[in-house]
Design a protein around this ligand. Sequence first.
Ligand SMILES: Nc1ncnc2c1ncn2[C@@H]1O[C@H](COP(=O)(O)OP(=O)(O)O)[C@@H](O)[C@H]1O
Ligand SMILES: [Mg+2]
Length: 348
Amino acid sequence: MEKPPSAELADKTLPKSPTGIQGLDQIVNGGLPKGRTTLVCGGPGCGKTLLAVEFLIRGAEQFGEPGVFMAFEETQEDLSKNVASLGIDLQDLIDRQKIFVDYVYLEPSEIEETGEYDLEGLFIRLGSAIDAIGAKRVVLDTIESIFSGFGNEGILRAEVRRLFRWLKEKGVTAIVTGERGEKSLTRYGLEEYVSDCVILLENRMVNKIANRILQVVKYRGSAHGTDEYPFLIGKEGLWVQPITSIGLNYPVSSQRVPTGIPALDDMLGGKGYFRGSSVLISGTAGTGKTSLAASFVDAACRRGERSLFFAFEESTAQILRNMRSIGLDLQGWIDQGLLQFHAARPSL
Ligand SMILES: Nc1ncnc2c1ncn2[C@@H]1O[C@H](COP(=O)(O)OP(=O)(O)O)[C@@H](O)[C@H]1O
Ligand SMILES: [Mg+2]
């Protein structure tokens, strides 16, 4: 397997655990703080559980670090089904003892009745799960479910601190997930202070289109990208776009490709566009933007080069019909396998 780029980015001063999540390791300069706890917080459905699961799975598969997932909300079966859509075979990793999933069902009413709930039982259970597979990574999903039984604010705060201390003493790299609070990042307003690293996820609507955003709010002892980064959840897991870390050091070509319109080629030094460049054709409705683009594609197909046409306003049939009227037979290229159309609304 190829060495992931993230491993090379590792900060020399602070040991890191690469997440293996595309783009994220770049933003956090190599990974999450090794042997410490990271809080992943955000509203419902923003991807906390998926990020945490992917951290464990990639840890087990790519970095030889087995992991324990302590779930309070989803059973092992649910979890397996949910991550199957990301192409992850969780059950297989469980069978191979690379991942240990422990579903803990906490009944708040029982806790209140006895009034004796503390974390000792959880520590014993988690400790034996860690020992069973030699886990280096741990996920607790979510912190609210652990502390839902605590009525006394003072005890709760002391126990939250105790949990984070316990995890640190265990030497595992942990992710604790947390729901977003009203006035602070988290429900109790304390979790973000006791965590070594805090990642905030958001699902924000912009112009009626959902945008997933990731932000590293805090990272003790390390530099990190501080912007809001868009991310996607797709067939291969999370994909974060580390926009600001993309450098301007790419190579360019001096080769030219004809535009498909001889007079335009003449205007462009008699040769056409630079190969590998992006050309923006701008104009109001009906000025010939699509026709110019279709001529370019037609010329490429004439040379036997394959082309992709992404259409965001018209259907394939509509473009084919309209281009036929200016003498371009794009259907012929499609039939020959030289041209492929992808027409979809931009919101997709
Ligand atoms: N295969 C998939 N492709 C695209 N999006 C997905 C896929 N599977 C889940 N999602 C998205 O991820 C969300 C669930 O994320 P999850 O990690 O469970 O959120 P949280 O734990 O923060 O509540 C779903 O609401 C859905 O939008
Ligand atoms: Mg969840």
